[in-house]
Design a binder for this molecule. Structure first.
Ligand code: PNS
Length: 173
């Protein structure tokens, strides 16, 4: 008689963010999270800032296409507290990429607050060195001022970003 294997529930993590737009740096973190956990939910925050380039549904659409190649990765929107989203979706870990030491201050504070609120833990992954200087806000700025963002984003997202900033510029009075 073979010994019965204990059945453990899938380990599910969330990669939360604004993803406006998703960069190669974000995608590197998502891919590495998928190697560490059974399932990954990429959660797009819907607290719209006035400077947002893409709507949350547009970001979900672009992310969904970008993560299609990885098994066990899904994309959705969320609003409200991240810890409530985690509880509602049986998520046991929040995964965040850290680019610099200065990222750590605020991320540590949020991790400790989230731990206190519901007990959910945060895992920090160091951003790949090749993407450490890349952020969505800098990409938006470079594109807005006429620079190429092709190196930092998947081709289709780079094209949409360039197109969107041009349309914005044309609409401006
Ligand atoms: O890509 P960003 O802008 O750094 O993502 C920020 C995000 C969406 C992960 C963060 O703002 C967040 O967790 N928002 C949810 C609101 C919340 O739970 N606030 C309390 C944090 S302790």
């Amino acid at each position: 008689m073979s010994a019965e294997q204990p059945v453990r529930p899938p380990r599910r993590a969330v990669c939360p963010g604004s993803f406006d737009p998703v960069t190669h740096g974000h995608l590197d973190i998502i891919e590495r999270t998928a190697q560490l956990f059974d399932e990954v939910v990429v959660a797009v925050g819907t607290n719209m800032s006035k400077n947002a380039l893409f709507t949350p549904p547009e970001r979900v659409e672009m992310l969904t296409e970008a993560v299609r190649r990885w098994e066990g990765v899904t994309v959705t929107q969320f609003s409200g507290l991240l810890v409530d989203f985690c509880a509602a979706h049986d998520i046991s870990a929040i995964v965040k990429g850290l680019r610099f030491v200065s990222d750590f201050d605020h991320e540590l504070q949020m991790a400790q607050m989230n731990k206190k609120l519901t007990g959910v833990d945060t895992v920090f992954l160091p951003t790949a060195a090749q993407w450490s200087y890349v952020s969505s806000s800098l990409v938006r700025e470079v594109a807005t001022l006429g620079g190429s963002v092709d190196q930092f984003l998947p081709p289709e997202i780079a094209a949409r970003t360039t197109q969107r900033v041009r349309r914005r510029a044309a609409e401006r009075p």
